[in-house]
Design a protein. Structure first.
Length: 144
């Protein structure tokens, strides 16, 4: 009689573990787990999200180590850690092969339009750049 109870207990524990594994990996709780890991994919190959490292903020192209974004950083007037910056774009969007779009207002930029940004210099780490808008939505003069 005792062995039948042990077998029944093992069977019930096994069924409970199978049910828990099903709900966690395949069933209704699997959607929650997918949302935690899910990140939207870029629309094209070689495209990233503006703000990611090695991604052009104007055209969202993933850049190799040898390519840089053409920009101009002005000296800080207050002596602080942040500086004003104008971003023109990378090799791909400057030659016209990729569309130039402002990440703030979504307007399509011309060849002479720039992005206005603030650059925060941090000791012992890479500088952080925060895009404020384009020359259209920030109403600044164009660079020549």
């Amino acid at each position: 009689m005792g062995t039948y109870l042990q077998i029944l207990a093992f069977v019930l524990i096994g069924v409970a573990l199978l049910w828990f594994g099903y709900t966690l990996f395949i069933g209704p709780l699997a959607g929650i787990r997918r949302v935690w890991r899910q990140r939207p994919k870029p629309p094209r190959k070689g495209t990233g999200f503006p703000g990611d490292p090695q991604v052009c903020p104007v055209c969202s192209a993933r850049l190799d180590k040898k390519y840089l974004v053409k920009s101009l950083a002005f000296p800080s007037l207050t002596g602080g850690k942040d500086r004003l910056m104008h971003i023109r774009g990378c090799v791909y969007c400057m030659n016209g092969s990729r569309p130039r779009v402002c990440p703030v207002c979504g307007a399509h930029l011309g060849e002479d339009d720039i992005l206005v940004a603030r650059m925060f210099e941090r000791p012992h780490r890479r500088s952080h750049v925060h895009v404020l808008g384009c020359s259209r939505c920030k109403k600044v003069g164009k660079l020549k």
